[in-house]
Ligand binder design. Structure first.
Ligand code: GAP
Length: 451
């Protein structure tokens, strides 16, 4: 048995999943994934900052989404401004309809969405927390308002966009004409969205500032049902390819009472969080509602002209709308494992902030020197980190907790036979690999990754 194998403790028990979100929140803070926003001032409700590891993970999520959606012949990318003409939000229905009914408890001051509390509690007007009296429901618009220019009057009101989708609709013809795309085709966008949520919470699950990854696919009316099915499958497969466990994902079809004002059909992809099954992504058949409304409100024709069939029509839209922060939360929650002693994130290597950690077994100059060479070599192909503080067992644990899939250890045998120990995060298995084959070996393992 090698020195570093001796250092490894065996699994203390079978791996358990995340049970309490507080464990994940604490890991994220401690290891630099996610911090509460403005923490030195006591924080600000429902806003979070991504730390050094969180931003790497987030960039990996976005990059995988972008490549999957835009590296296709039939989808183009876009980056529209957050601030848009206020009429956009009248046309979209958000000024009139993007409202939640809000009730307050007169006694304990708790605030609830009236549509989310128990029907009995609503009927009796009793607070579900303390039994105190509830106020009448008030309609509350979720859009953040601000003013453009020096005057703070009604004419200068603008909104922080509550979804990225509208930036795509108003650019439909710009993109179509500049790229000469033929329907069916899609436009994809990643960007910030803002909602003044009444009941944010569950860490980064529901926040007031978040990022969306949305794609709007424009199709000929009559083909929308078929495209809707195709996109449903494509999107769930994307989550599976990120390593999310199949039994933790499901579709939920919106019933008539749940459908948004714009949708003919809608399915959510849901994930089973420790706090229950919740929406991760929405796939919506929006018909010609959006283009029709923008045409009506702007007075500009937004029809597509099909040159081949010499016909003009307003395309139907199939939308796929995923929260970036929520996808990241799913990746973390799904990857969290605990065996009674060891905590590790079984992240798919494509998502992991670091792919490899390289260590000298001991702080000896000859081992450090060799480590630097291996490090520099691996860095050409992967995000690599190193660590020489404490026992090798402790160093493995530190990398396990941030999801680094491979550990590479340089020991005295390395100096004589040019082989290193590769230690695997999930199984803790160790193998000797020769240094000249190391990059290819890791590349291969990542490429053929299976949970
Ligand atoms: N354009 C359609 C649209 O915005 P949505 O179901 O309201 O649809 C889509 O939002 C996705 O955006 C959700 O599935 C979720 O992942 C994410 N999302 C929505 N509100 C959010 C919030 N307050 N915090 C974090 N993510 C949110």
């Amino acid at each position: 048995m090698s020195e570093n194998e001796k250092e490894e403790q065996k699994p203390a028990g079978p791996p358990q999943d995340l049970k309490d979100m507080a464990d994940l929140v604490s890991l994220c803070k401690r290891r630099g994934f996610v911090f509460p926003s403005s923490e030195v001032y006591g924080g600000i409700n429902a806003c979070w900052d991504y730390g050094p590891l969180g931003i790497e993970l987030k960039r990996n999520v976005k990059e995988r989404w972008w490549r999957a959606m835009v590296d296709r012949e039939d989808v183009e990318g876009l980056d529209a401004a957050i601030l848009m003409h206020p009429k956009v939000w009248e046309a979209s229905g958000h000024v009139a309809g993007f409202v939640d009914p809000l009730v307050d408890c007169k006694k304990c001051k708790s605030r609830f969405r009236a549509d989310k509390i128990d029907a009995e509690a609503m009927k009796s007007k009793k607070c579900p927390e303390c039994g105190g009296e509830l106020t009448e429901p008030r309609q509350f618009n979720l859009m953040f308002r601000t003013f453009m220019g020096p005057l703070e009057d009604a004419a200068s009101v603008v909104y922080l966009r509550p979804e990225t989708a509208q930036g795509i609709y108003v650019n439909f013809l710009n993109v179509q004409q500049s790229t000469r795309k033929k329907v069916p085709f899609g436009i994809a966008q990643i960007g910030k969205a803002f909602r003044n949520e009444i009941t944010p919470g569950n860490f980064i699950f529901r926040t007031r500032e978040f990022e969306q990854m949305e794609m709007q696919f424009f199709v000929k009316p009559g083909t929308d049902v078929e495209w809707f099915e195709r996109w449903k499958q494509t999107r769930i497969e994307w989550h599976l390819a990120n390593g999310i466990r199949k039994n933790k994902l499901r579709f939920h079809e919106h019933g008539a009472g749940e459908l948004a004002h714009y949708a003919k059909a809608a399915f959510d992809i849901e994930y089973e969080f420790p706090f229950g099954w919740q929406e991760l992504e929405g796939i919506h058949n929006r018909t010609d509602f959006d283009l029709g409304r923008h045409q009506q409100f702007s007075g500009k024709k937004l029809e597509y002209f099909d040159e081949e069939h010499r016909e003009r029509y307003l395309p139907y839209i199939v939308e796929t709308s995923a929260g970036c922060d929520r996808t990241l939360l799913v990746a973390l929650a799904d990857a969290y494992r605990f065996d009674g002693e060891r905590v590790w994130l079984a992240l798919h290597p494509h998502l992991a902030p670091y792919k490899v950690a390289v260590y000298p077994l001991m702080k000896k100059p000859e081992l450090k020197e060799y480590t630097e060479t291996v490090y520099a070599d691996l860095k050409k192909n992967f995000r690599v980190t190193t660590d020489e503080a404490g026992s090798i067992g402790k160093r493995y644990r530190r990398q396990d907790e941030i999801g680094t899939p491979f550990g590479v250890t340089i020991d005295y045998d390395t100096l004589s036979n040019h082989t290193v120990t590769v230690r695997h995060r999930d199984s803790m298995a160790q193998e000797r690999v020769s240094t000249d084959k190391l990059s290819g070996y890791i590349q291969d393992k990542i490429h053929n990754w299976e949970k």
